[in-house]
Write a new protein. Sequence first.
Length: 111
Amino acid sequence: MTSQKITINGKEYPVVFTLLTMSNFEEITEKGFFEANMSKTNVRLAIVVAAALAADSNTKLTVEEMRGGETFEDYKQINEAFTVVMGLAQNFFKIPAVEETEDKKGETEKN
């Protein structure tokens, strides 16, 4: 499990992407993870908080704290945090290298 840090309102928080992140997200939003529209700001807030909770069940980061921003800079830090979490999600869902190699081999043979 890979952990990274995000910064919200000048405070650093660890985040991870695991099955617990997905479960936390579903608990926060009452929607399935795979049903979520990740382009919505409230969904992005929820996934960041879910990832922080998965990394530290005692985190002080909340959706309300993240929503409290008043400037575009505040919005940018939410998007930066979301990008970090989704990068962790890419690693979580990664196709094993063996399968990836086989897929690329098949594509090369077709061309």
